[in-house]
Ligand binder design. Structure first.
Ligand code: AMP
Length: 107
C-alpha cells in the first residue's frame, strides 16, 4: 500500500493538527491517544513516511529503527511505567483493524 501523506498522523507531524506531545526527538514523536483505552495510552510514531511495520522494517534506515525502539523504552521510563508494567501493541493492516496508515506503536 502506498503511503498517503494526508493521513492524520502525517498532519500531526506537520503541525496541521494538534496533539498532546509526550516526547519528541529526531526520529519519533510520541503523543497521547485521543481515545485512550488505558489510564496511560500513548502513540509512538516514526517521523518518516511508513505505512506499517512491514514497510518500516524493509525501508527504514538502521538509525530510524533504532530510534523508534529506543524512544519506546524512553517514553515508558519517562511515564513511570517500568516498575508497574506496560504493554506495547501495533495493529497492522485490514485484519488487525489498523485505522491510521502511518506506523504507530501503542504504549
Ligand atoms: P489503530 O490504527 O487501530 O492502531 O488505532 C489508531 C489510534 O489512533 C486509535 O487508538 C485512535 O484513538 C488514535 N487516534 C486517531 N486520531 C488521533 C489523533 N488525532 N490524535 C491522537 N490519537 C488519535
Amino acid at each position: 500500500m502506498a503511503y498517503d501523506p494526508d493521513n492524520i498522523f502525517a498532519k500531526i507531524l506537520r503541525g496541521e493538527i494538534p496533539c498532546k506531545k509526550v516526547y519528541e526527538d529526531d526520529h519519533v514523536l510520541a503523543f497521547d491517544d485521543v481515545n485512550p483505552q488505558a489510564p496511560v495510552h500513548v502513540l509512538v510514531i516514526p517521523k518518516g513516511a511508513y505505512v506499517s511495520m512491514a514497510d518500516f522494517t524493509e525501508h527504514a534506515t538502521d538509525a530510524e529503527i533504532a530510534g523508534l525502539i529506543r524512544a519506546v523504552g524512553r517514553v515508558a521510563e519517562e511515564l513511570g511505567l517500568v516498575e508497574g508494567g506496560w504493554r506495547l501493541l501495533a495493529n497492522h493492516g485490514r485484519d488487525a483493524h489498523q485505522e491510521v496508515m502511518h506506523l504507530h506503536l501503542h504504549i
